[in-house]
Write a protein that binds this ligand. Structure first.
Ligand SMILES: Nc1ncnc2c1ncn2[C@@H]1O[C@H](COP(=O)(O)OP(=O)(O)OP(=O)(O)O)[C@@H](O)[C@H]1O
Ligand SMILES: [Mg+2]
Length: 294
């Protein structure tokens, strides 16, 4: 049988049993009873997640996931449909709080601070950890007001000139300015799907978040807009941390430095993007990236 994973001793020697994930790893069969293969920690974490579990009623959607997300890194989250990528992403800014019957356990920290601390203001958290959803969801407001909304409610602007400047800069960075500059007063919902998505990206970056969560942000975009967003992601990485869910392995390879592979609610493997795509250590990762399933 082909041995695609690390030798058992390497995994046993790893100093990561502190997160309560001590189940044995099935190296040969690639079954799911193992702890995550690869290094879940980074030297400069922006966010840390430990033993995160998510339930929707009786459905156990995320199981004991521990993962660091590094400062100024782009981490890609990949895996078959239904494996829990969106669910895990939503944990990072407590977006699952808004879903009836959803329970999140384990520990999630932003710069060391527990994001479930009752003292923590969740509105502030979501300003620091912004999100772009799979389906564009502009507010029923003008293009201008969609982008200006966040800076206004967070008190980042004091007059019209400042607001104009943030709106223009955000739309430029999202690659939408030229298409909308002459119709800023028109409703955001009147734009095409791809334009709406870029509007939502402009809205997310307008408040200058520290972390940006992107859930398949390019699934409604054409190749030109996709390329623009990928450039933007690269640009944003200088100042921000980005976690992106994508079904496109080419996209993951182009934009990310680390990749996390999820399968049936578990984090199977994480590593340098290059290593994940050229030399996966877990059989399930290998099966997925070579197109045997998913
Ligand atoms: N609101 C919800 N209520 C009940 N179950 C849910 C809910 N949202 C997700 N689930 C379930 O949790 C699991 C993980 O779903 P999730 O949407 O996180 O997967 P995903 O990896 O993002 O999939 P996709 O690639 O299709 O977007 C699935 O089994 C899904 O059916
Ligand atoms: Mg999803």
């Amino acid at each position: 049988m082909q041995q695609v994973n690390a030798p058992r001793s390497t995994l046993a020697d790893r100093a990561t049993p502190r997160f309560g994930q001590s189940r044995a790893v099935s190296l040969d069969t690639g079954t799911l009873d193992g702890e995550t293969v690869g290094e879940i920690t980074v030297d400069n974490p922006k966010m840390t997640t430990r033993a995160v579990d998510v339930h929707y009623g009786d459905k156990h959607a995320i199981m004991a996931v521990s993962l660091d997300i590094g400062e100024n890194e782009v981490i890609a989250m990949i895996g078959p449909s239904g494996c829990g990528k969106s669910t895990f992403l939503r944990c990072l800014n407590r977006m699952n709080d808004t879903i009836e019957g959803c329970r999140v356990g384990g520990e999630i920290r932003l710069e060391g601070r527990d994001i479930h601390d009752p003292q923590l203001d969740v509105v502030q958290l979501r300003a620091r950890v912004g999100m772009v959803f799979q389906k564009p969801n502009p507010f029923p407001k003008s293009i201008y007001d969609n982008v200006a909304y966040g800076p206004r409610i967070h008190g980042l602007v004091s007059d019209r000139a400042e607001t104009d400047a943030i709106v223009q800069r955000s739309l430029e960075r999202a690659g939408l300015w030229n298409e909308v500059k002459d119709r800023l007063a028109q409703p955001g919902t009147g734009l095409s799907g791809g334009q709406q998505q870029r509007l939502c990206i402009a809205r997310a970056i307008a408040v200058d978040p520290e972390v940006i969560l992107m859930d398949e942000p390019c699934s409604a975009l054409d190749p030109i807009a996709t390329a623009r967003i990928e450039e933007l992601i690269d640009e944003l990485r200088a100042n921000y941390t980005i976690a992106i869910v994508t079904h496109s392995m080419q996209q993951a390879a182009r934009v990310s430095q680390r990749t996390a592979y999820f399968h049936l609610g578990r984090l199977v493997e994480v590593g340098e993007t290059n290593q994940i795509f050229t030399n996966p250590r877990h059989k399930l990762t290998e099966d997925y990236i070579t197109g045997r399933f998913g």
